[in-house]
Design a protein around this ligand. Sequence first.
Ligand SMILES: [Zn+2]
Length: 299
Amino acid sequence: MQFKIKSMNINRIVAPLFLVLVVALNTSCNNGQNTATSIAVSIQPQKYIVQQLIGDKVPVHVLIPQGSSPATYSPSPMQIKNLSQSKIYLRIGHIGFEQAWTGRISEINPDLKIIDTSVGIPFIVGDDHVHGDHVHKGGVDPHVWTSPKSMLTVLKNTQEALLLNFPEYKADIIANGQLLEQKVSALDAEFAAKCQSFENKRFYIFHPAYTYLAKDYGLEQISIEHKGKEPSAQWLRKLIDNGRKQNIKAIFIQEEFDKRNAEILSSELNIPTVQVNPLSEEWDKEMRETLIKLENALR
Ligand SMILES: [Zn+2]
């Protein structure tokens, strides 16, 4: 009897203390994942996918700003620190930025969940894949987002990550996911049908951002950038000779890269440069426009 009273007394003291401890622990975690509500992504096209899935209920932060190269961009210390406001960071997979910075990002934000959305894509491993100012020997080509077919996998992985980490929006994510999958599948079918009908399958591009697109739809991408570097006079000569022989009709260029060499080729071959923006936030619109530009250049 006496023992029971004693234990009740202890409970009266211990229970409130325990509660205080739990609250304190919770508060200290709040800087980490508990109050973290936003989603971080590497590149703009991922923002499109995330917003299509979850709407504008959750803010999305894009780490690589418009006009910067995913191969070489360095985040500001503030950007890395601000990632603590994000619950998850969705990688596109293998871009130079991610290879250089993911370690540091996770070191500073140990509660941040980092998810690779390229898992499951049959990667193109180049013997001399080149990126920005450096060469990845036998590295994975990172440009998965410019192919609707590859993007179907990115979409699936993104949806899984959102369902797991934002279960409060489950119904929306599932319903939106079905619509988005239909949309991307339709685009995939359109690319497949149109590209098959092109008379000429080869195109020139400054930076090889369409590696997966070319492989998935039977085209041949030839990049002016050679092994990650500005083209040599010799390589340019070869591109001019082959361009005439192979009846190349356009040179694709991106805003992140120097246009000088593309312009030399353009005037030598008397063919237009065609501006594309594979890093557009309006992924769907950009891909549709790209298909029309390819059609104009290759049919
Ligand atoms: Zn690239």
